[in-house]
Design a protein around this ligand. Sequence first.
Ligand code: HEC
Ligand code: HEC
Ligand code: HEC
Length: 86
Amino acid sequence: MKKILATLALVAFAGTAFGADMIEMKKGVKFNHKAHQEALKNCKKCHTKGLGKIEGFGKDLAHGKGCKGCHVEMKKGPTTCKGCHS
Ligand code: HEC
Ligand code: HEC
Ligand code: HEC
């Protein structure tokens, strides 16, 4: 019984803990959060200080290691303006 309850609690928790599938950002950027979770398999690649809002997320981070930097490093994902800003 205890195990069943624990499983149910985990499922209910996961619904919100994973965050939105698609996150709309400034200047027409649609960030496919879910696709990134699946491709990278590690929340900590982006959430270095815990899950949820990323402290100080904005243009500088987006054009640096928060978005573009990783695409450059992994040679995957867009690195041109239009690739992110539709
Ligand atoms: C490629 C980078 C990246 C990965 C990997 C990633 N996230 Fe996120 N996540 C973000 C960004 C960017 C935001 C928006 C941050 C902000 O607005 O401050 C976000 C927001 C969130 C939020 C806040 C709620 C929301 O929807 O706005 C939660 C919760 C979250 N992520 C959970 C997770 C979990 C759990 C994982 C791993 C399964 C994960 N994230 C993997 C980048 C990522
Ligand atoms: C890897 C994705 C990515 C690439 C490549 C990229 N950007 Fe961005 N950019 C973003 C994200 C995400 C934001 C929004 C950050 C936020 O939520 O504050 C942003 C924000 C901006 C903003 C600020 C909007 C505001 O009101 O604060 C401008 C201007 C901008 N980008 C221009 C450009 C130009 C010009 C290029 C090409 C030289 C470029 N971006 C390349 C992802 C990208
Ligand atoms: C830690 C590495 C990493 C970070 C950080 C990251 N990305 Fe990506 N991104 C990837 C990889 C890897 C792919 C290619 C996924 C694939 O081909 O399956 C990708 C693909 C994309 C694509 C094209 C496919 C799609 O899912 O729409 C866009 C657009 C994109 N990223 C935008 C962003 C934005 C905006 C941010 C910041 C909020 C960001 N990425 C942060 C690794 C990252």
